[in-house]
Design a protein around this ligand. Sequence first.
Ligand code: SF4
Ligand code: FES
Length: 363
Amino acid sequence: MSAPRANPPMAMLAELTHRCPLSCPYCSNPLELERKDRELTTDEWKDVFTQAAEMGVLHVHFSGGEPASRRDLEEMVAHARDAGLYTNLITSGIGLTRRRLEALDSCGLDHVQLSLQGVDAQMADLVGGYKGGFDRKMQVAGWIGEIGFPLTLNAVMHKKNFDRLEETIAIALDMGARRLEVATVQFHGWAAKNRAALMPTREQAKQARLTVNAARARLAGVLVIDYVPADHHSDYPKPCMGGWASTGINIAPDGSVLPCHAAHTIEGLNFDKAHERPLKDIWYNSHAFNAFRGFDWMQEPCRSCELKTKDFGGCRCQAMAIAGDAAATDPVCIKSPLHAELVRRAEADAEDDADLIYRLMPD
Ligand code: SF4
Ligand code: FES
């Protein structure tokens, strides 16, 4: 069978490093983090950005871990910008200085996405596992505004902070953010260990949607709010990644090229390295990228469902994690035979008051 047709990816997530000063319990990076000596070199990353631009990628998101942990971040931003890519820095802000932000501005950095661990020092330091993190982040937010970077604030929402969503929206306004991403916690990677500590209740998920809708109406033209709902309390899954290997390409710190952030959890797929095989060849021709493209791979009930062109059967990594089969219907879907069990587990986790389990960083 020939491979399904694919368009070039629009965006690249460049996970420069797994190193990070925070220890967030909802970290979606893998359980096994890459050590510094396994990270791509500056020149290898630059070659990745050149290839990305040549194959039609428009945006590169510098991510991690904490991408500012790489001392060569400025050099990579400048290179990506010269290659014609729109550059976005996804950062906790911890470790950034005003001088570094100014250097990034000089290198042409287009946009900053700042993560928010909590609306006050007590909550932020509890979630990030980093004392003093909140005050430093607020200082960084001030510098971002003074330098004039367009800002998006990212807030991961969960059981312990959903009731403070209005305050989260107020902080985004205070910071002068143009966008706020309200993302309900996803249970990939380390976050799966914290299901019982972080799973929101059904009532919180319902209230969050009402709060977001009211804020969108109130703040039209002032703040755009992107909302990732609590899919464990939904009847239909999200169209994860807009469909497997359709719009985005991820590069892990060791150069592994992935169709999504959690793809390495899918058994039976081997992922090529960006410094060992041309990116374009990986995107169009590799087995892993073609494994779930199109619709031929689907099983019932997805195969004959009219919604398959909208949600692509949900998330392959969630199907792998819960059903043990990446080609299964995402158990979030009400038509999945596993949906009732998913709901039962989510409700049990939401009622639990388990402690947070912090992740430890490699040396
Ligand atoms: Fe989506 Fe599959 Fe459920 Fe249909 S059966 S709604 S395609 S996940
Ligand atoms: Fe991998 Fe959804 S996170 S397909």
